[in-house]
Design a protein around this ligand. Structure first.
Ligand code: SER
Length: 316
């Protein structure tokens, strides 16, 4: 559904994914056609029209959609796994109610297409951990995971009942240098680069052999846009697609960093996030994404680490 007539709204545009998505979508559609919104302004979004928007305010969202004649919404606002456990009721409210506002806009034909991210957090301790398949046991143990799993079911339901063109990816941990991560269990894999460059040391909140599925942000953004541009008949999953990039543990990423910064030291002090990480898959089987709309990752660990370090060097 790509085209020159699209007007895009990103909700939660100031977050880790949003700032990068705004930049990439602006290159395709022109920055004036990509409206960024968030509860607070962000200098990273200075090139786009900006609307201050609380994702829970359905009326304000409707007004923004009408004002800019929005055709597509990328709804990224959410409370993630670690912060969600600190504030469970609000995490549930934010993650669910904001999704309903967006789904209803499409149901009522005010917008044509929706992107909404899900996560590996939909899986839980009873899920097979190696090459976790698309269809498997799902008993998520965080409020974030429960909200994403429920959201997936709602997306599919809106598609089946009302023909809402909503598309979704179960992101693994995302690693990028442009936006700051916000309260996830996989955030260590971003923090580690800042600390390695600034101080040469990092105290990791997960244990050294905690393997998790991860992905370079550039791959995640490309996957997102490829999914949104795929012909409608290729999208056979309306819950959310498994998506794999690479898998590593804190020791493996620190060993790779040491190839660039030989004196880098990592120590381990697992906290409550360890239990969350232990409930998630180690690797993901994403054959459906590959078969249906041609997904293929670009970044391996070597490439990810060298790109993060060279880009952050100028920033830090
Ligand atoms: N990166 C997210 C988190 O750790 C998972 O989707 O919460």
């Amino acid at each position: 559904m790509s085209g020159t007539h699209e007007k895009i709204l990103i909700i939660g545009a100031g977050g880790q994914i949003g700032v990068e998505l705004a930049e990439s979508l602006s290159k395709i559609y022109g920055s004036s056609n990509v409206v960024a919104s968030d509860i607070k302004e962000s200098p990273a979004l200075a090139n786009n029209p900006f609307e201050k928007l609380d994702a829970l305010d359905g009326k304000a969202l409707f007004d923004v959609v009408k004002k800019h004649q929005i055709t597509q919404v990328y709804h990224l606002a959410a409370m993630l796994s670690a912060t969600g456990e600190q504030n469970p009721m609000f995490a549930w409210k934010l993650n669910m109610e904001s999704l309903f506002h967006v789904l209803d806009l499409a149901k009522e034909k005010h917008i044509k297409q929706i992107y909404w991210p899900s996560s590996i957090a939909v899986f839980g301790p009873t899920t097979p951990t190696e090459n976790t398949p698309q269809y498997t046991v799902m008993e998520p143990s965080t409020i974030y995971g429960i909200s994403k799993q429920a959201g997936e079911r709602w997306c599919e339901w809106y598609f089946k009942k009302f023909g809402v063109d909503v598309r979704s990816i179960r992101y693994p941990g995302l690693i990028g240098w442009k936006g700051a991560p916000g309260g996830g269990t996989t955030d260590y894999a971003v923090h580690i680069f800042y600390e390695a460059l600034k101080n040469g040391t990092y105290e990791c909140f997960l244990s050294e052999n905690t393997t998790l599925p991860m992905m370079c942000m550039e791959d995640a953004i490309r996957a997102t846009i490829e999914l949104m541009h795929a012909p409608i008949d290729k999208i056979n999953i309306r819950g959310s697609y498994n998506l794999a990039g690479l898998s590593f543990d804190p020791k493996q990423i620190s060993d790779e960093i040491k190839k660039h910064i030989p004196n880098f030291k990592i120590t381990y002090k697992p906290d409550f996030r360890q239990q969350i990480a232990d409930s998630w898959p180690k690797s993901i089987d994403d054959r459906e994404a590959r078969q249906h709309w041609g997904w293929k990752e670009k970044y391996n660990l070597e490439l990810l680490v060298s790109s993060m370090l060279s880009n952050l060097k100028t920033k830090v």
